[in-house]
Design a protein around this ligand. Structure first.
Ligand code: WTA
Length: 655
């Protein structure tokens, strides 16, 4: 028996009975169907889950690989599929969204209301001249309005690009500029953990930085009523532009390949990339994975705790659950306010049945529960839960076991879903009514997804041996290109040596006996901090852009108990190396600088100062050594090529 087999958790009988994919035989059958007729498999599901205006006749077009096209002659509208279709099915009075504000106030919105609000905004956007194919940046808090904004763009065929509300003015400006957006939708302020934080002021600052001349209008949702600057020529209130608009709006029927959204994410070079997604293939996978991975049923209360600023919020808040006519929670606040029992109290109050969150949140709530009995999940009635999910980073077995026992009461399967901004939806994940679970493993590919582990030349490696995670065949919800940079798309995801396979950028290993996948972490210069993707080069550029102070900087990750990875920066200043209080002061200054340049999530946890960085004689920074130093490990690597070995000692001393 392999190590993994000894820890298998079989799916509970009450979940297997009646599951959309019930039992391993059903999973195997779906995989066999995809194996036997790959295009037929996806075409069948695309007909079953998506309502097409004009049905497609072509399935996959690989003539210009890796720029694949799916269902290209079909037309559809995503907001029709998420809203009108449910109203037409008789779900008009069903609650689509249960919104809980930071202060605990709850609002319910039915499908009919959501449709009307979407139509009003869609009409308002059209009245402002927004057209099919225009890019609209959404910089909004977690809110019904945020979901409506995305749906309204989809309704008129405008391509949205949501920017997470924690990004700085500079990051927002870069994204607006790269996308060539015509409009920004924002709010006066956002409320998190009892605090009011600016949004509109950051938009003003971003536009003031220059380079955003494509922006014609800024539409502002009044969330707090806080004081904001208003330029009547450019700015308009959301409630004013929508109030006289009709509550119906004919959807814009777009081709399946029409770009539904861009979402910027970090890669291994300094500049974030605009991942471009399609309409038809994306919607199919959003709906299908919501149905199979979460086993979503009509009476479920689904809660994905992600922010709409990340891909998880796109697929599992705005699109997947609504496409299936589900009822979901949208939560404005943070897990620790007013106390660290917030999630558990909300599950209890709203009788949540499916709960999807990130390992970082779980780990920090474990810590909180261990130090304060009152916020321990066992103090709450969580008996409504039937399925738990995890996303964004590897979940360590100890956190998995705690989540399973204390939140799931030992009866709820945990779906550890591996996927990426680029993949649009789940790639490797258990199905709750089929897959026996192993803590810490994302188990097996979603039916139809040809995930594999290969070496640097694209050859399969045997189970039990680690390698590079790839996807051998294109799939409907895959990234279509990097906005404005098709060459970078090819280079990043389809390197020539990998035989035309999609390169995920993660390392992985399959268990020798079960064949289950375990993700071992990024193989490029991308960090995963609290489930947020950060490029080391991005942070380095931010540091060196502080030209007054910084001469050189190198950023690496180190393991962190709560955040998964923590950012560790090695910095050479333009002045003598500071120590003691002075070092602390400058480190704080640089941390704030990075916060302003990128956003608070990019602030390095550790900053160490050196007279230099460890470099080879040819001047290359030896990051492997920096990683060891950051971890506090003894250096065991070969340092013979190092130009300045003495620097290691200096950098090892904590500031
Ligand atoms: C990591 C988030 C292990 C991985 C949906 C990937 C995971 C990156 C898991 C994508 C998981 C995501 N287990 N690692 N279940 N899910 N990752 O684009 O490194 O923000 O490449 O998408 O997160 O992050 P992104």
């Amino acid at each position: 028996m392999s190590d993994q087999e000894s820890k298998l958790y079989p799916p509970p009988a009450q979940i297997v009975a009646g599951a959309h994919v019930s039992g391993m035989a059903a999973y195997d059958k779906l995989c066999a169907e995809a194996e036997a007729d790959y295009e037929g498999f996806w075409a069948r599901l695309a007909r079953e889950l998506v309502t097409w205006k004009q049905p497609f006749t072509k399935v996959l077009n690989a003539s210009n690989a890796p720029f694949y096209k799916w269902f290209e002659d079909g037309t559809l509208n995503v907001s029709y599929n998420c809203l009108d279709r449910n109203v037409e099915r008789g779900l008009g009075d069903k609650v689509a969204i249960i919104f809980e504000a930071d202060n605990g106030q709850v609002t319910r919105v039915t499908y009919r209301e959501l449709l009307e609000r979407t139509c009003r905004l869609a009409n308002a956007l059209k009245a402002q001249g927004v057209k099919k194919g225009d890019r609209v940046v959404i910089y909004m808090p977690m809110s019904v309005e945020g979901v409506v904004a995305m749906q309204a763009c989809a309704r008129i065929g405008a391509t949205h690009s949501v920017v997470f509300g924690g990004f700085s003015a500079q990051s927002l400006r870069d994204r607006i500029q790269d996308a060539g957006a015509v409009m920004v939708l924002t709010a006066d302020e956002q409320v998190r953990g009892g605090k009011q934080l600016p949004l509109k002021a950051i938009v003003d600052e971003a536009l003031g930085l220059g380079g955003c001349e494509t922006i014609r209008k800024v539409i502002v949702y009044r969330r707090t009523g806080g004081n904001v600057a208003f330029d009547p020529a450019r700015d308009a209130w959301l409630h004013e532009v929508t109030q006289n608009q009709p509550a119906t709006c004919e959807p814009e029927w777009v081709e399946a390949e029409h770009p539904l959204f861009l979402l910027y994410t970090s890669g291994s070079t300094g500049k974030p990339k605009g991942v471009q997604h399609s309409t038809g293939g994306y919607l199919l996978h959003a709906a299908l994975t919501t149905k199979w991975t979460f086993d979503l049923k009509d009476n479920d209360i689904f809660w994905c705790t992600a922010d709409i600023g990340w891909v998880t919020g796109h697929t599992y808040i705005t699109y997947g659950p609504l496409a299936l006519g589900g009822t979901e929670i949208v939560f404005e606040g943070v897990p620790t306010f007013p106390d660290a029992g917030r999630f558990w109290r909300m599950i209890q109050d709203h009788k949540v049945t499916i709960f999807y969150t990130a390992p970082t949140a779980i780990r920090s709530l474990i810590k909180a529960a261990e130090s304060n009995e009152a916020v321990h999940p066992k103090r709450y009635d969580l008996s409504s839960l039937r399925i738990l999910g995890s996303v964004g980073e590897p979940i360590n077995p100890a956190a998995w076991e705690w989540y399973h026992a204390n939140v799931g009461g030992g009866r709820c399967p945990i779906v550890d879903t591996f996927w990426q901004t680029e993949t649009g939806g789940h790639m490797i994940t258990p199905l709750p009514g089929a897959t026996p679970l192993v803590p810490g493993s994302c188990t097996l590919p979603f039916p139809g997804i040809q995930a594999a582990i290969v070496d640097e030349t694209g050859n399969d490696v045997p189970n039990g041996q680690g390698g590079i995670l790839v996807v051998k065949k294109p799939w409907p919800s895959m990234i279509r290109t990097i906005w404005g940079d098709p060459e970078r798309f090819k280079k990043s995801y389809y390197p020539p040596e990998l035989k035309g396979y999609y390169l995920a950028g993660d390392g992985a290993i399959r268990d020798a006996r079960t064949g289950y996948f375990t993700i071992t972490g990024r193989i490029d210069d991308v960090l995963n901090v609290s489930g947020h993707r950060m490029g080391t080069m991005e942070i380095e550029s931010a540091l060196v852009s502080c030209t007054e102070l910084v001469a050189e900087a190198a950023v690496v990750g180190r393991p962190d108990d709560t955040t998964g990875e923590a950012i560790c920066a090695f910095v050479v200043l333009k002045r003598p190396r500071p120590t003691g209080e002075e070092a602390k002061k400058i480190a704080a200054e640089l941390r704030n600088w990075v916060g302003k340049e990128i956003g608070p999530i990019a602030k390095p946890k550790d900053i160490r100062f050196g007279d230099n960085l460890p470099k080879t004689r040819s001047g290359k920074i030896m990051r492997r050594l920096l990683r060891s130093i950051a971890k506090g490990e003894a250096i065991t690597q070969d340092t013979s090529t190092l130009e300045n070995p003495a620097i290691l000692e200096q950098l090892s001393q904590a500031n």
